[in-house]
Design a protein around this ligand. Structure first.
Ligand SMILES: NC(=O)c1ccc[n+]([C@@H]2O[C@H](COP(=O)([O-])OP(=O)(O)OC[C@H]3O[C@@H](n4cnc5c(N)ncnc54)[C@H](O)[C@@H]3O)[C@@H](O)[C@H]2O)c1
Ligand SMILES: [Zn+2]
Ligand SMILES: [Zn+2]
Length: 340
């Protein structure tokens, strides 16, 4: 079978490796169909990911068709659509024992610290497998992973029901966080970015209020949208200092700031301000199994839109071209999909 391997930053080589043959009783052989490329993959491609050694096989957001199952597998049958969580956890550390396994002390993510799915067939254990209902397309299946990030992060802070929300950053992640906040009953949602293209996609996904912080200062934008109500929960999904600064400085006293962004440069926060305003800062790390399940449910019932986020598709053999396209398009592209 074909495997795409990245021997060093900026390179992809195709090699021929054997199809996995023997399955353990709890394992499922997947025929990989579509793989999504996200910002973290691009960091790896550029040699700028802090925790990814080379060579690496990428691919952590994907959809597949079940090819074969181990003797004890009950969740799926061959021919069904599926995906799986890419997290390898130890099960023994403190966080794992407390059910906080998405923050496992020994976490390895497939496609980064462990081999990913950029190949024709891939084996996963049943417990990390998620069945995709017939009503979900293979492209929607690819989006389950980032949607699960939205599901998880919008459960981190206080209940969003009736609250006003700001999501800073309208990339794939911020977009899906905003959609989830809406689905969880937030009152008003404002999404910000410096890219009108991305803000337009947020609108297509049903997030009506957008703000380009290059055109209107953040403070003025939130004042004109929320008025005296202000906003109570902020999601940082840009991963830059400027975005974090305006959220901390403007969220209502006693409010919540949820951190999704991965910062290339460690930001400085005015901690005096955090203390004085009694702000709550929450980290948000990927997802747990129930977030994947909720993601599938919310895509299937139409509450989360994924179609407007998909910019372009490339065949497997053009993996490298997909990266070149992303580099050239910059903020004029969102999700790019590799079709096997
Ligand atoms: N915590 C998690 O589990 C998790 C999972 C996936 C991705 N991430 C991280 O979340 C962040 C967002 O991911 P993405 O794939 O959407 O990335 P992305 O780069 O596509 O989106 C970031 C967006 O922020 C915008 N932006 C830049 N400066 C801004 C500013 N000052 N104010 C508002 N917006 C600004 C950019 O124009 C861009 O549209 C990244 O840092 C990524 O590494 C976290
Ligand atoms: Zn990703
Ligand atoms: Zn662990």
């Amino acid at each position: 079978m074909r495997q795409a391997i990245m021997p060093s930053p900026g390179k992809i080589e195709f090699v021929d490796v054997p199809v996995p043959t023997s399955l353990k009783s709890n394992e499922v052989l997947l025929k990989i169909q579509k793989i999504g490329i996200c910002g973290s993959d691009i960091h790896v491609f550029h040699g700028e990911h802090p925790a990814t050694p080379y060579p690496v096989v990428q691919g952590h957001e994907y959809s597949a068709i079940v090819e074969a199952i181990g003797k004890k597998v009950v969740k799926v049958r061959p021919g069904m659509k599926a995906t799986a969580r890419p997290q390898l956890v130890c099960g023994e550390c403190g966080p794992c024992r407390r059910g906080h396994y998405n923050a496992c002390q020994n976490l390895k993510v497939q496609g980064f610290q462990a081999p990913g799915v950029a190949q024709d067939y891939f084996v996963v254990p049943e417990d990390r497998l998620i069945v995709l209902p017939d009503s979900i397309s293979l492209e929607q299946g690819v989006m389950v992973e980032p949607v699960a990030v939205g599901a998880h992060s919008t459960n981190r802070s206080a209940d969003l029901k009736g609250k006003n929300i700001v999501v800073s950053g309208a990339g794939t992640i911020g977009n899906l966080v905003a959609q989830f906040a809406k689905a969880r009953g937030a009152k008003k949602i404002l999404i910000t970015d410096v890219s009108n293209y991305r803000l337009e996609i947020a609108k297509e996904c049903g997030i009506e209020a957008t703000l380009n912080v290059n055109d209107v200062p953040f403070k003025d934008g939130v004042k004109s949208y929320f008025g005296d109500e202000g906003f109570q929960v902020a999601f940082e999904a840009a991963g830059v200092q400027a975005s974090l600064d305006v959220l901390i400085a403007n969220v209502e006293k006693g409010g919540d700031v949820v951190i999704l962004g991965v910062y290339a440069n460690n930001p400085k926060i005015n901690m005096y301000y955090v203390g004085e305003h009694e702000l709550n800062i929450y980290g948000s790390m990927m997802y747990r199994h129930e977030d994947y399940e909720e993601a599938v449910k919310m895509i299937a019932n139409g509450k989360i839109q994924t179609k407007p986020l998909i910019s372009k598709r490339f065949p497997f053999s053009d993996y490298l071209k997909a990266y070149e396209y992303i580099d050239n398009q910059k903020d004029k592209t969102m999700k790019v999909i590799i079709d096997l």
